[in-house]
Design a protein around this ligand. Structure first.
Ligand SMILES: Cc1cc2nc3c(=O)[nH]c(=O)nc-3n(C[C@H](O)[C@H](O)[C@H](O)COP(=O)(O)O)c2cc1C
Length: 341
C-alpha cells in the first residue's frame, strides 16, 4: 500500500521561482504528488495559486510552509549587510538597498489560506507544529508532514502526531529544514539519515536530498523510505518557470560547485556557489529572515538582468545527475521506474 494512497514520487515543495501552479499541477497530473512551496507567498496569493492548480488538475497536491522562526531584530547587523549589498546594487544600476518594511508574511494568515485551499497534504519545514496544531489539521482531513534533518527532530514530530516525516539529507537543495540546535549542526547525508529515521520512527518516512533519477529512488526505497520527495531535478523540467540565468547556471554547474551558504537569507541553504556566496563566505550576518528580505530586490533584479552571480541558485548536490528531465510527467515516469510496487 502506498503512502496515503498517493503516488510514491513527490515533488519537493520549492518556495521562490519554482512556486508555480503550472509546475505543481503538471507533477500531480503526470502521476506524482506536486507540492507548492508557499513560504514566501502572501496569504491571498496562496488561495489564487491553489485555484490555478485545481483548474489544471483534479489530482491531489500538497502545500508547504516554513514554521515561523523566532528571530532577534538586528538593526546594526542588517545595516552592515545592506552595505555589503550596496556595491552589487550599484553594479546592476539599482538604487541603494534600504531596510525592508516587512521581513516575512503573516504565518497565521498563510496557514489559514492553506487550510482554505484544501490541499491533500500540508507540510512544514523548520519547525515542529506541536500536538494541538497537528491534531486540529488532521481533524480537518489533512495529511500533516514534518521535516527532520536528524533523529531527534523526527521523534519530536512523531510525538506531535504528524502522519509522516521527510528525512532531509545534507545533499538537499534549498534551505535546511531542521529546527534543533544550529542548522549547521545536523548535516547528515540522505544515505545515513533515512535508515536511522526509519528505524527510530513508527510513522512513514519520505526520503529527500540527492535523489534525481530512478537509481536514487530505488536506493531510497531500499533504505526503507515510504516515498521520495525530489526537488532539484524538477527545477529543470519544461514547466518550471525558472529565470533563464538561474536555469543556465544550473545547466553549467559542476559537481564541486555546490555549497551551503547563509549569504542570501541568513540561514543555511544549499545552492550553486556564485559571487555572493564567495564574497560573503564566513561573514557575520543577521538572523533569518532579515537578509532574505533585504537581498530580495537584488535577487529579483539580477534574475531580470540575467546576472546569475547575484541570484540565490538553490539546488542540491545531485544536480548534475539529471539535467535533461524533459517534462514534469516525463521526470515522474523516469523516477517511478526506480520504485518497486
Ligand atoms: C529551489 C528550492 C527551494 C526549496 N524550498 C523549500 C521550501 O519552500 N520548503 C521546504 O520544505 N523545502 C524546500 N526545499 C528543499 C526541498 O523540499 C527538498 O528537501 C530538496 O529539494 C530535496 O533535495 P534535492 O534538491 O536534492 O532533490 C527547496 C529546495 C530547492 C532546490
Amino acid at each position: 500500500m502506498s503512502l496515503f494512497n498517493l503516488p510514491p514520487i513527490w515533488m519537493a515543495p520549492m518556495a521562490g521561482e519554482a512556486a508555480s501552479a503550472a509546475l505543481v499541477a503538471a507533477v500531480s497530473a503526470g502521476g506524482g504528488v506536486g507540492q507548492l512551496g508557499a513560504a514566501y507567498l502572501a496569504p491571498a496569493r496562496i488561495g489564487e495559486v491553489a485555484a490555478e492548480i485545481r483548474a489544471r488538475t483534479d489530482r491531489p497536491f500538497g502545500i508547504n510552509l516554513f514554521w515561523p522562526q523566532p528571530w532577534m531584530p538586528d538593526a546594526a547587523g542588517l545595516d552592515a549587510y545592506l552595505q555589503r549589498l550596496a556595491a552589487w546594487h550599484a553594479e546592476l544600476g539599482l538604487p541603494p538597498p534600504t531596510r525592508p518594511e516587512r521581513f516575512e508574511e503573516d504565518f497565521e494568515a498563510q496557514l489559514e489560506a492553506t487550510i482554505a485551499a484544501r490541499p491533500a497534504v500540508i507540510s512544514f519545514a523548520m519547525g515542529d507544529p506541536g500536538p494541538a496544531r497537528v491534531a486540529a489539521l488532521k481533524a480537518q482531513g489533512f495529511k500533516v508532514v514534518g521535516t527532520a534533518t536528524q533523529v531527534a527532530e523526527g521523534r519530536l514530530l512523531q510525538a506531535s502526531g504528524v502522519d509522516a516525516v521527510v528525512a532531509q539529507g545534507y545533499e538537499a537543495g534549498g534551505h535546511r529544514g531542521g529546527f534543533l540546535g544550529s542548522p549547521e549542526g545536523a548535516l547528515i547525508g540522505t544515505l545515513a539519515l533515512v535508515p536511522q529515521l526509519v528505524d527510530a520512527l513508527d510513522v512513514p518516512v519520505l526520503a529527500a536530498g540527492g535523489i534525481a533519477d530512478a537509481r536514487g529512488v530505488a536506493a531510497a526505497q531500499a533504505l526503507g523510505a515510504s516515498a521520495v520527495t525530489v526537488g532539484t531535478a524538477f527545477l529543470l523540467v519544461d514547466e518550471c518557470p525558472l529565470s533563464p540565468a538561474y536555469r543556465e547556471a544550473l545547466v553549467a554547474a559542476g559537481d564541486a560547485d555546490s555549497t551551503l551558504t547563509r549569504a542570501f537569507s541568513g540561514r543555511f541553504a544549499r545552492g550553486v556557489a556564485n559571487r555572493v556566496t564567495h564574497e560573503l563566505e564566513g561573514a557575520e550576518l543577521p538572523a533569518f529572515p532579515q537578509p532574505n528580505a533585504a537581498s530580495r530586490p537584488l535577487r529579483q533584479a539580477a534574475a531580470k538582468a540575467g546576472r546569475a552571480d547575484f541570484i540565490s541558485l538553490w539546488a542540491g548536490q545531485a544536480l548534475p545527475v539529471n539535467r535533461r528531465p524533459g517534462s514534469a510527467a516525463q521526470l515522474v515516469a523516469a523516477l517511478s521506474r526506480g520504485w518497486r510496487a
